[in-house]
Design a binder for this molecule. Structure first.
Ligand code: ZN
Length: 273
């Protein structure tokens, strides 16, 4: 009966030995009992490569497929089941980075920014997308993500081509997390801009039946004036879309219709370290 799940390739095979072919493009975030560790998360996700110390990049290549099969979670709370993946989000961010406003370009290392876009949520491949409403403290979220990045870049990639690519990925991820350089500030703004674009697109496709306005909150958290202009233009587009119909203004916080506890969750999630 269990032969389907022991061959290491079909993590989501159902218990009765049937393979759910329709849903092979989706893999649930591994559920871990007690303290979260990389080992427990790997144990809970059969089929994920665990070839520590390999000199081949293949275990890493397979690992990052999880960015395609893991969904961004924020939308699910609003009923969107087949929403964007982590990879979808990071891919559009890297395309946004190519349109950096000319006033910013001389101050940026755009190649590094593009890499940062493609790397910044890599840890979610194992940790899952922890959102402001999940109640996981920020320090714990950071610990899980840093442990996962150590696993990917040191355990999986440490023995590949002298470990150089792994070291670079780990370093760029840390620069994003530390959020002290202009490159990282730009990429953090792109992260929020990508969210705002997706919010608007889901709302439009929802034809006025779906109000995602609480996410407009992130428009208040941009750090560069050049990218903040993008956010403001998008919020104008959103006002035009909703017109006279009542809707949530996340950018105005509680006064804009966001619940008090949600606002507190968002504030602590986006707090600058
Ligand atoms: Zn992101």
């Amino acid at each position: 009966m269990s032969s389907m799940t022991t061959n290491g390739t079909n993590g989501d095979a159902s218990a009765n030995g049937e393979v759910d072919i329709q849903n092979l493009g989706f893999v649930a975030t591994p559920k871990v009992e007690g303290e979260w560790t990389v080992e427990k998360a790997l144990d809970a996700s059969p089929g994920t490569a665990t070839s520590a110390g390999s000199s081949s990049p293949l275990p890493y290549f397979h690992m990052i497929e999880r960015l395609k099969t893991t969904k961004r979670e924020g939308w699910r709370r609003f009923g969107i089941e087949r929403g964007e993946s982590i990879a979808d989000h990071m891919y559009r961010m890297s395309l946004l980075s190519m349109l950096a406003p000319p006033a910013l370009v001389p101050r940026l290392d755009l190649a590094r920014c593009m890499k940062m876009c493609l790397i910044h949520d890599m840890a979610e491949s194992l940790v899952g997308d922890i959102t402001p409403v999940d109640g996981v403290p920020k320090t714990e979220k950071n610990r899980r993500e840093a442990d996962t990045m150590d696993y990917i870049t040191k355990t999986l990639l440490g023995g590949v081509y002298g470990g150089l690519a792994g070291a670079e990925i780990r370093e760029i991820w840390q620069e994003y997390e530390d959020s002290k350089t202009i490159n990282s500030h730009f990429v953090h703004d792109l992260d929020k801009m990508e969210l705002l674009l997706q919010m608007m697109e889901y709302e439009k496709r929802g034809q006025g039946k779906l109000d995602l306005g609480e996410f407009a909150y992130v428009a208040t958290k941009f750090s560069l004036p050049e990218t903040k202009e993008w956010a403001e233009a998008l919020l104008k587009e959103r006002e035009q879309f909703w017109g006279a119909q009542e809707h949530v203004h996340g950018e105005a916080g509680v006064e804009g219709g966001v619940k008090v506890d949600r606002k507190e969750q968002q504030d602590s999630y986006y707090e600058r370290k």
